[in-house]
Design a protein around this ligand. Structure first.
Ligand code: GLN
Length: 313
């Protein structure tokens, strides 16, 4: 009825309740500080959004505040590269969990410069190389792709974070040069790193992220539309990789306790795909030792339990 305030949906009430419970948790962990610009973020930010496939979006807390998406950007880069490069990409990056930290270098030497999967840094740098080699302006191709998916033309990379990644990116540079020595990087390393750091520095809110990834819950078709983002097989493959490698070296535990394809970033964001239902995105900057957000993990885990969401049910 006109003039009657809309009752919050059951999901919105549930999100609010879970958010309040997350707020009460002890202040474990800390913001990523190896990228100094990320250490400046207020660690008490807390938000969650759920974008359902019918277009409904439920939110609680700081769900509309943009934050540094960091490794969550690896999903967008991968989908774009899979669409443009196709099968040859899988000659250069594998689809196995790494069992190592996301920025580990040891395995890469043993395995002749072929990264274990596209969601560790080395793998994402190979994907960045594929994009840099394919597009004349890869950064703008990627940001246009993301803006379209999120239906938000204002999404952009944060210059301060981008610069901070560049200045403190020695380990990523080491990964890239090592792979170049194995002929697994085609373009010039500085150009590839520039693209990689740029994509990590993109800022998006929980709502932007949940909406932009709805195609993964919908066999490649953007939720609430008939727009084909990728074919069904690509969506299946990305979800499979998210399930086995999206939460770094905690992916097994996340599958064991939650059971949803998911991706985290050191900005504290966490997205989880619920096939045929929608996408959850939580954000809280304090991280555990794996680089995953404590409170985001708590919120997604609790919501999945309460709603009985798991691909293994
Ligand atoms: N920009 C970060 C890095 O390259 C991304 C890592 C992450 O979010 N896990 O180290």
């Amino acid at each position: 009825m006109e003039g009657t305030p809309q009752r919050p949906s059951h999901t919105a009430e549930l999100l609010q309740d879970i958010l309040e419970r997350a707020r009460q948790l002890p202040d474990e962990g800390r913001c990523a500080d190896y990228i100094p610009a990320l250490a400046k973020v207020n660690p008490d930010y807390l938000g969650i959004a759920v974008a359902e496939l019918d277009g409904r979006v439920h939110i609680a807390g700081d769900a509309q505040v943009p934050f540094s998406i960091q490794s969550i950007s690896k999903i967008f880069g991968l989908v774009l590269a899979m669409e443009r490069v196709g099968e040859p990409l899988w000659q250069r990056v594998r689809m196995e969990p790494s069992g190592q930290a996301f920025n580990s270098i040891m395995q890469l030497e043993w395995e002749h410069g072929i990264p274990r999967n596209p969601f560790i840094n080395a793998g994402a740098i190979v994907v960045a190389d594929a994009l840099v080699s394919h597009f004349s302006a890869s950064r703008s191709a990627l940001i246009q792709f993301i803006r379209q998916l999120a239906n938000n033309p204002l999404i952009h990379a944060d210059d301060e974070v981008w610069e901070s990644e560049r200045v403190h990116g020695n380990r990523n540079a080491a990964l890239a040069y090592l792979m170049k020595s194995f002929d697994n990087i085609q373009s010039e390393v500085p150009a590839v790193l520039d693209h990689y750091f740029y994509q990590c520095a993109i800022s998006m809110s929980c709502v932007d992220l949940a909406q932009s990834l709805s195609f993964l819950a919908n066999k490649g078709v953007r939720g609430g539309s008939s727009d084909v983002v990728c074919d069904q097989r690509s969506a299946h493959r990305v979800n499979a990789l998210l399930s086995t490698s999206g939460m770094y070296d905690q992916s097994g535990e996340f599958a064991f306790t939650v059971g949803l394809p998911a991706k985290s970033g050191v900005g504290g964001g966490l997205v989880a795909v619920v096939p045929d239902y929608g996408v959850i995105c939580a954000w809280s900057p304090r991280l555990n030792s794996y680089g995953n957000s404590h409170r985001s993990m708590f919120m997604v885990t609790t919501l999945a339990e309460e709603l009985g969401l798991s691909v293994y049910n």
